[in-house]
Design a protein. Structure first.
Lengths: 133, 133
DNA sequence: CTTTACGTTGACGTCAACGTCAAGGACCAC
DNA sequence: GTGGTCCTTGACGTTGACGTCAACGTAAAG
């Protein structure tokens, strides 16, 4: 059963399909649900994934590639869905955004430094190689 | 005993000093030694850290901030110290460099995407805020 | 000489992020 | 019916990266 496309015309996916598509195991998908990172619909007892779930999963996996702990990832993507009706809420969200940005920019500096070192190292290696030529 | 600066005039450090300076615990420093990331000298039974160890520790911590597993970090920084006398060795090292660069550039893409999203989200939040007067 | 500070080596504990069964329900094909 | 495929919920195992003792050595300070 490759997941029904029943009432609102919107396509949905089974757990096996999303796992396959994103290159993770169904256990991983379930784990993310346990942590509140995903909240698929249920058709009876079976999980039904919508576009929204795929979007969130993509965000989770990107955060994972960047080395963030899942708990932290949750607070971030929850931020995107947070209510922003009142001024105080908006100001809180904006403060969080600043924190996140500072973190990401530190990582960017680390990343650029690592890449620069790698470049320098490659140059030296190529010079060594040329000398052996 | 803030570590002796005995024969070659080069300053050295105790485990407490390097831990302090890099903002980690001595347990962490020992753990890194167990994994072969650091190889301090011994004066009797006591560890003595040289500039080289500090350099490596800095690399390790940067790798850690970037979310790399310690084992992977070890293979990378060992690469920097690897023998490159023979052509085959150099070619191996250059291949490894390419692998590493590909990984780092994927991370950079993820990072840029995350920052871009954050920027867009902040703009929307600021617009919401403006609408609230 | 005893205390205090810092060092050492095990060895077990913990937490995150899953892996890996086990046992069973639901539905289709034959 | 039986089998096969995909789904479910536990629940225990594992790995990485340390934390946290315990038990002990050593060397300067009182």
């Amino acid at each position: 059963m490759p997941a029904p496309s029943a009432p609102p015309g919107e396509r949905t996916w089974s757990i096996a399909e999303v796992a396959e598509e994103f290159g993770v195991t169904h256990r991983t998908v379930r784990h993310y649900e346990e942590l509140g990172l995903l909240t698929p619909q249920r058709r009876g007892t079976t999980r039904v994934y919508h576009r929204r779930d795929r979007t969130r999963l993509a965000l989770v996996l990107r955060g994972r590639r960047l080395g963030f702990p899942l708990e932290e990832i949750r607070t971030i993507i929850d931020l995107y869905d947070a209510p922003r009706g009142r001024r105080s809420q908006l100001e809180y969200v904006l403060a969080q955004i600043d924190d996140r940005r500072a973190d990401l920019e530190q990582r960017r500096r680390d990343l650029e430094a690592a890449l620069a070192e790698l470049d320098g190292f490659e140059r030296r290696c190529r010079e060594d190689l040329a000398r052996l030529g």
